[in-house]
Design a protein around this ligand. Sequence first.
Ligand SMILES: Nc1ncnc2c1ncn2[C@@H]1O[C@H](COP(=O)(O)OP(=O)(O)OP(=O)(O)O)[C@@H](O)[C@H]1O
Ligand SMILES: [Mg+2]
Length: 395
Amino acid sequence: MVLLTGKGGVGKTTTAAGTAVLAGERGLRTLVLSTDAAHSLSDAFGVSAGGSADGHTPVAERVWIQQVDAQRRFEDSWASIQDYLRAVLDAAGTDPITAEEITVLPGAEEVLALLALRDEVVSGAWDLVVVDCAPTAETLRLLALPEALGWYLDRLATSGSRVVRAVTPALARAAGVPVPEPRVGEAVQRLHADLREVRTLLAAPTSSVRLVLTPESVVVAEARRALTTLSLYGYTVDGVVANRVFPDSDDDKWRRTWAEAQRETLADVEASFAPLPVWRAEYAPREPVGAAALAELARAAYGESDPVAVVDAPPPMDVVRRGAEVELRLALPFATGGEVGLTRHGGDLVVTVGSYRRVLALPSMLTRYAVTGAHLDAGHLAVRFAPPPETRATP
Ligand SMILES: Nc1ncnc2c1ncn2[C@@H]1O[C@H](COP(=O)(O)OP(=O)(O)OP(=O)(O)O)[C@@H](O)[C@H]1O
Ligand SMILES: [Mg+2]
């Protein structure tokens, strides 16, 4: 699986489509799927969406596109959970409009896109699935969702069953609190399992994220933050696509100045994102629409590198011994001391970077160890653990 993300309008759809056509040329059955509600994939290929009953539209040799059809499947599982939440809030005297807002699930559409993606990946029908993601912020929310929502559902599932055990239906009725029906618990459990599977697929070594940017400082700054956050969540980023690079020109001052500014920004991108490859796509003289134009742009960008190979990347998390102590190393490129937070909650380590937060379950070996310190070191958060006193005494 290859996911493409980046700031709005930088060329995510164009790059996703071009990468897919190159994969098709290499003999891979390829699906391009969009998690974005704005469906521009069919526009990029210059076809009309719709296609066959399964929603797959052929666009090139061995390449199909799919636009996720929001609503449908999601209704089943969430409808019953939402009904229950609404009934609880209602019993608690919450005004119905507020209740409606609270129970409109955050990111319902995104969850649907993730489940559709999972279905396609596990179907076995594809050698490669290319994902044309929404702009960075939404994509980060999307990729944080499987874990965050899983955590939330965990608690909902356990507290729900505790309520059922502790409160008899008669008592619950007297207190005005609705007892969840068994199907609510089942729906929670099913969604939880689904999301766990999505997370496993996305974090697998066969999946990678590519950052698309244009050589402008504002865009590059967002790409850097995206790399930090993606690393926080344990996703592999295997390359950067610099799109809309102006060709060298001596023509007029306006173009020369732009080309010069881009050259400087690109040098900075190369240096700061190293060792990630930076593939450059030129600003084409016209919109690259249609499979041939998309492939031409992508071919020039990837050059000698294999567009479908996930470039080797170091593991996002690592445990190293330092004498009696153990160091947990989490890749957090570009993170600065002021924005990183760290809290220990029993067997969990809560790491925050700016407004992003991850609850990391510690490896079982470390759950009895005490945190003795942490620092940022060469793009990593290093957290040191000391063994409990009794084990320290025994040789
Ligand atoms: N290298 C290029 N040269 C010329 N035009 C380009 C290039 N890359 C993309 N474009 C054009 O720029 C526009 C935006 O590209 P694209 O739709 O791929 O961006 P996006 O990142 O997917 O945007 P969004 O954030 O809206 O999804 C399109 O009209 C596309 O054809
Ligand atoms: Mg797009």
